[in-house]
Structures are given as structure tokens and as C-alpha cells.
Design a protein. Structure first.
Ligand code: ZN
Ligand code: ZN
Ligand code: ZN
Length: 384
């Protein structure tokens, strides 16, 4: 963790208690393996291993964290564990951790087990064989955790904002620097290094799509040389204090000659810009997620490019790069105060070029709180 904002152990206690209350109401038990759910509940960013680590949550009982003996010190350093909101039980290298989980849980009676969505199949099958999970009678922990995790508390918003502003600085530095004649891959490497220099724990992705590559939304950086007189899409992000940044900007690289954007590029850029801005402005508590998608899509369709907007408008963001809520047609879920998500419409003309603009937004009682601040007007740079 950096010296910046963080999550207090009291916040973890509140989260554990909140989950425990719901488990009591619904007569359920939570089995959480390594991953974002465990980190959200305890602050423990456990190493994903073949060895079992599992948090057991039951109503009215102290949470128990089952960890391999050799991970005990790492687990004990997690805020919720250090503050003793969680009890640690360890297993030795030669013991059977599944048996330990079964023994710790005891009889579940009519309580229904819910497992974390990313729990490896090998543990799910082991728990089935041990009788902890009975076919057809267990479910996914996201039923309880997803709605809770999609409402960010102030500390989480502070981390997301710090991550977003760090990514903004990287975008601005890259746009100011040389681009013409460089390989996409080389620019992507610079972006990754800058993300870390600006405070990220690590860089997670660095899309650099130049010229026709800009028309492929998830194009990875390639060996292509960036030329003068073409656009570049940058879609970059990493994690800061565990929280993900994700920003996209599309710029035009002109070089030294008269290689400015052509009228069609300016047209699609303006449409994406309007769609993105209007969808952000529409953010309000209680609005159906799909309405935000409709807002962006309506503008692009009215401009004649509906068929070229080939993905959803956005995704939730937090400890995971893509999580609830999804800003997509069919999602009638009401946007809660505290939801953090991307708004990222795009237009892609295959073989030619594409445009995408993406910001992270938090829904507040008064409307949108835009975390990214990097300029959204079409930037034409020399790039030399
Ligand atoms: Zn994406
Ligand atoms: Zn992105
Ligand atoms: Zn995104």
C-alpha cells in the first residue's frame, strides 16, 4: 500500500458485520477464497496459490480465515486480521485443508453455502466430496457481495480518484511526447513504467492502437510503427492501493506536415464526445443502468454510426477492472449512490480508424462525480 489513502480496519469490521447481518436474514454461509471478495472483506491481498486459503462467514459467529501455515504472517498483517475482527486457523503442509474447513464449519443444518465466484473448481469439487457443498444446494457469493461491493465508501472513492488522476498524468505525458516513428509496443512499455512512477502498484493494461488498429477496441500494442496523419487510441490502467484505473483517450498525430484529421474522423470524434458527455450528465441515483447506455447509443445512432458502436457503454470498477454494475442494454438495475463505473462509448470503422473516450464516474446524490480530468477535446499533436 502507498502512503496515500487507505481503508481503515473499522471499515473492514463494518463490511464483515454488514455481510453477517444479511447471512442471518437469508440463512446462508459464505465461503470466500483468494481474490477481490477476500480483499474487500479483510484487506488481505492473498497470493493465489494451489494451497487453500478460505474465509468462512456465518451469522453471529466470528469470521474464520483458514490459511496455510506458511502464509500466516502475511494473513496476520491484513487490517481486519491484525485488528482481530477475524480469527486465523492454519493448516500444516501435510494436512487436508478441506477437512479442516468441513470441521470448522460443522453441521450447516439448513443453511445454504455460497462460494466466491472465482473459487477454483478444484476446491469446489473437494468441498463437494467432503459434503460441505451438496449439488444444487449451493450458490455464488456475489448474490450477497456484489450489491455491497458496488457501493463504494469514501475511502474507496479516494483510492479510485487517486488512481484516475495518476492515469490522467500518464495520458498527458504520453500525448506531449514523441510518437511518430515509434512502435506501439515501445509506447505501451513507457505507459506501463509511467503508471508505476505515478503511484500505481502495477500496470495492468496498456492498449496503444494506431491507425487501423484504433478500430479494434481491445487491440493490444503491436510492432506497428505510429505514423503521421493518423489517430491513436490509448486505453490504459493499473491498480493503486488495489483499486483500478481505466482511462481511454483518442488523439490525432499530425507529425510535421499538413496531416490533420479528415472530416469523417472529426465527425465520429464529435459524436463519441457528445455521447460520452451526455451519458455522464445523465448519471443520477436510481436511474436504470441501461438508460445510460441508451443515452450514449441514441446519440451515436442518430449520427448514423449505431452499427459501429459494438460494445456496451461501461462497466463497474473497484478492486476488479470489470465488476457490477454493467452499463448495458437489459440491465434495469437502479444505479445506487456510490456506484463507480466507466462511461466509454466508441465508434469503430474497420480497416480505417476508431474513436473511444472513457472516464470513470461515481454516482453521488447530486449526480456524476468525474474522477478523470484529462481533456476530452480532440487533441491534435505533432508527436515528433
Ligand atoms: Zn475493455
Ligand atoms: Zn479502458
Ligand atoms: Zn473500461
Amino acid at each position: 500500500m502507498t502512503a496515500g489513502p487507505g481503508i481503515s480496519h473499522d471499515r473492514y469490521r463494518q463490511r464483515l458485520e454488514g455481510v453477517s447481518d444479511r447471512l442471518g436474514q437469508k440463512s446462508e454461509v459464505l465461503l470466500v477464497g483468494v481474490g477481490p471478495d477476500l480483499r474487500w472483506l479483510t484487506g488481505y491481498a492473498a497470493m493465489p496459490l494451489e494451497r487453500l486459503t478460505m474465509l468462512l462467514l456465518r451469522a453471529d459467529e466470528r469470521p474464520v480465515l483458514v490459511v496455510p501455515r506458511l502464509e500466516r504472517a502475511a494473513a496476520a498483517a491484513a487490517p481486519a486480521v491484525a485488528a482481530e475482527h477475524v480469527e486465523v486457523v492454519t493448516w500444516e503442509e501435510t494436512e487436508d485443508p478441506i477437512a479442516l474447513v468441513a470441521q470448522t464449519l460443522g453441521s450447516l443444518g439448513d443453511r445454504r453455502p455460497l462460494v466466491s465466484d472465482l473459487l477454483p473448481a478444484t476446491f469446489v469439487l473437494g468441498l463437494q466430496q467432503a459434503g460441505v457443498l451438496r449439488s444444487g444446494e449451493f450458490g455464488l457469493a456475489s448474490r450477497i457481495l456484489a450489491p455491497l461491493r458496488s457501493v463504494k465508501d469514501p475511502e474507496e472513492v479516494a483510492l479510485l480518484r487517486e488512481a484516475a488522476l495518476a492515469a490522467d498524468r500518464v495520458i498527458e505525458a504520453i500525448c506531449d511526447g514523441p510518437l511518430v516513428g515509434r512502435k506501439e509496443r515501445d509506447v505501451a512499455q513507457e505507459i506501463r513504467a509511467r503508471l508505476v512512477n505515478e503511484g500505481h502498484d502495477e500496470a495492468s493494461f496498456s492498449i496503444v492502437g494506431s491507425g487501423p488498429n484504433s478500430a479494434s477496441p481491445h487491440h493490444d500494442a503491436s510492432e506497428r510503427f505510429i505514423g503521421a496523419g493518423e489517430p491513436v487510441v490509448f486505453d490504459i490502467g493499473g491498480t493503486l492501493g488495489g483499486y483500478v484505473s481505466d482511462i481511454t483517450r483518442t488523439i490525432w498525430v499530425a507529425g510535421t506536415g499538413a496531416n490533420g484529421p479528415d472530416p469523417q474522423f472529426e465527425e465520429i470524434y464529435q459524436l463519441v464526445r457528445d455521447a460520452q458527455e451526455r451519458a455522464v450528465e445523465a448519471v443520477a441515483p436510481g436511474i436504470a443502468c441501461e438508460r445510460l447506455d441508451e443515452t450514449a447509443r441514441g446519440i451515436i445512432a442518430a449520427g448514423g454510426y449505431g452499427e459501429q458502436f459494438i460494445h456496451r457503454t461501461g462497466h463497474g470498477i473497484g478492486l476488479e477492472g470489470h465488476e457490477d454494475p454493467y452499463i448495458v442494454a437489459g440491465n434495469q438495475e437502479a444505479l445506487p449512490v456510490g456506484a463507480a463505473f466507466s462511461v466509454e462509448p466508441g465508434i469503430y470503422l474497420e480497416g480505417r480508424y476508431g474513436v473511444r473516450i472513457e472516464d470513470i464516474v461515481v454516482c453521488t446524490p447530486g449526480g456524476p462525480d468525474l474522477l478523470n480530468q484529462a481533456p476530452r477535446e480532440l487533441l491534435v499533436v505533432g508527436g515528433v
